[in-house]
Design a protein around this ligand. Structure first.
Ligand code: OAD
Length: 247
């Protein structure tokens, strides 16, 4: 069994509010590609300016629609991994638990996590490019984006593109949790994309213990109170076991 710092386990035992921010690394063991890993990361293989901006969608809606439809189908074909499941089980161990994700894959909800704050949207949802009305499509098919009944534009994936603001209510909720929690976990994120990357630093300024769970070093590593180095699909279930053994 992996060893965890006794002070970390003690902090978790007495914590009233635990918040967790996840990134692409938490879904890597499900087979969803990350963004910045050399060779396999999406941004190592595709140019975000061709696929993940409003300008790219206006320039070539079919190309962007098809790319997201392909990713949505790929996400639908994978399963949550032990890291997602451990986080879903953790939600019932604390009086308050906030799960914030930058992932658009919906895997946290599929593994049983409730009230997930999706900072970057959800690849399985769609909205009108102009009027923002949501479209109920269980999954997008390749082809051209369907027109919105408003007549002004077509539907687009309900994800945050480069140059766009994050959904305000979600960001507010995340900031409030970061400022109020006792322990803040940062799991499988390179911690370079703002404003999400600011959350662990804000949590620390407000007095939370910050725990990084990551295979690699990030800009947060030097600031984190605890660094759990390795795959989240192994570390999180082991931490859950250790917490329950102490309970
Ligand atoms: P990145 O690809 O930038 O970072 C993934 C992080 O997870 C890296 O630090 C990896 O070392 C780590 N990692 C990989 N596999 C892991 C594993 N099995 N266990 C633990 N850690 C692992 O992805 P994000 O930080 O999520 O934004 O990227 C942030 C945002 O940038 C994304 O939400 C996306 C992207 O542009 C939008 O699309 C708006």
């Amino acid at each position: 069994m992996q060893d965890f710092a006794p002070e970390l386990l003690a902090k978790l035992k007495s914590a009233k509010h635990v918040a967790v921010l996840t990134g692409a690394g938490v879904s890597a063991e499900s087979g969803v590609p990350t963004f910045r890993d050399a060779q396999t990361g999406l941004w190592a293989r595709f140019r975000p300016e061709d696929l993940a901006t409003p300008e790219a969608f206006r320039r070539d809606p079919k190309l962007v629609w098809d790319w997201y439809a392909h990713r949505a189908r790929a996400v639908g074909a994978v399963e949550p991994n032990p890291g997602h499941r451990a986080l879903a089980l953790m939600q019932d161990l604390f009086p308050q638990f906030t799960l914030i994700t930058q992932n658009v894959d919906g895997l946290h909800a599929r593994s049983g996590s409730r009230a997930v704050i999706e900072l970057h949207g959800n690849i399985l949802k769609h909205k009108c490019m102009d009027c923002s009305i949501a479209l109920d499509l269980s999954s997008a098919s390749p082809g051209s984006p369907p027109p919105c009944p408003c007549g002004k534009s077509s539907y687009r994936p309900d994800v945050v593109w480069f140059g766009e603001n994050l959904p305000l209510a979600a960001l507010d909720e995340a900031k409030i949790a970061a400022a109020a929690c006792d322990v803040f976990f940062c799991v499988g994120t390179s911690t370079v994309v703002y404003p999400a990357a600011e959350l662990p630093f804000s949590a620390r300024r407000h007095g939370a213990a910050v725990v990084e769970v990551n295979r690699d070093e990030t800009p947060l590593t030097a600031e984190a109170d605890y660094v759990l180095r390795g795959a989240s699909g192994e570390i999180l279930p082991a931490l859950l076991d250790a917490m329950q053994a102490k309970a």
